[in-house]
Design a protein around this ligand. Structure first.
Ligand SMILES: Nc1ncnc2c1ncn2[C@@H]1O[C@H](COP(=O)(O)OP(=O)(O)OP(=O)(O)O)[C@@H](O)[C@H]1O
Ligand SMILES: [Mg+2]
Length: 238
């Protein structure tokens, strides 16, 4: 579904991503793991079309273009950004409506909105609440729900567990696995390596702009490079 070839992204003189290759097949969860500053967000944003880059990103046999986020969204690529990107001073419902604003199929979009409120009952219960009054976990649900309303085929999740209590992290990860079971393809950017590897089929391990190794998630769990990528051999994040 997605092929990334020789991707380079720089911020001025900082080369954040230096020639990476990455593949995602339809229906799988691929984890992208690495420590702070490795370049994970940069890759997710490049795939979403939010950055200039060099190299090739192909999605569903189409060559994507840098800086073309709206086109990528229409093609079915949705990003749930790091920090969630919801608007705190707007209500839950207003945030959800932002997820359908690009859609021309109004009737279907209304059905999807109702369906999503069935899937996330908390969002229905609290639809008139300001989004910044939700808990961190509820805000993450809202961010994912909003992304789903664009009817994505490929969902890019940038550190969905950030700032969540362990139990809420489990809930969010279970939900991601369920979305995969329903046919969605997922790129899961995470620092919580062990938990990400539990639900991912395959994974890529990054260190300072490069891919250190990749493979089946079940094989990577025991890989020495995994602890090397975090704190030079220190303890792995849960
Ligand atoms: N807007 C920016 N301007 C300049 N440098 C940036 C910018 N965004 C990221 N960088 C740098 O690019 C590198 C990769 O950053 P990126 O955010 O992709 O890493 P990350 O793996 O997502 O890290 P984290 O786990 O902390 O979110 C880092 O060295 C970072 O400082
Ligand atoms: Mg990041």
């Amino acid at each position: 579904m997605l092929q990334v070839r020789n991707l380079h992204v720089s911020y001025g003189s900082i080369a954040a991503v230096r020639g990476i290759d990455l593949d995602i097949a339809a229906g799988e969860i691929v984890a992208l793991i690495g420590a702070n500053g490795a370049g994970k967000t940069t890759i997710a944003r490049a795939v979403a079309g939010l950055l200039p880059y060099r190299g090739e990103i192909t999605y569903a046999d189409r060559l994507l273009k840098p800086n073309s986020a709206e086109r990528n969204l229409r093609l079915g690529i949705a990003l749930v950004p790091e920090g969630r990107g919801i608007l705190g001073s707007m209500t839950v419902q207003e945030n959800l409506l932002m997820g359908v604003y690009t859609r021309s199929d109004r009737a279907q979009a209304a059905d999807d909105l109702a369906e999503i409120q069935g899937r996330f009952p908390i969002l229905a219960t609290r639809k008139n609440t300001m989004a910044n009054l939700l808990s961190g976990g509820e805000q993450q649900m809202l961010a994912i729900a909003r992304a789903l309303l664009s009817r994505p085929k490929l969902l890019l999740l940038d550190e969905p567990s950030l700032g969540l209590a362990p139990k809420m992290t489990d809930t969010v990860f279970e939900m991601i696995a369920q979305l995969r079971d329903e046919g969605l393809t997922v790129l899961l950017v995470e620092q919580k390596a062990r938990q990400a590897l539990k639900i991912a089929g395959r994974a890529y391990l990054m260190e300072t702009g490069r891919i250190l190794t990749s493979g089946l998630a079940s094989d990577l769990v025991g890989d020495q490079l995994l602890s090397k990528a975090f704190l030079g051999g220190g303890p792995l994040p849960a």
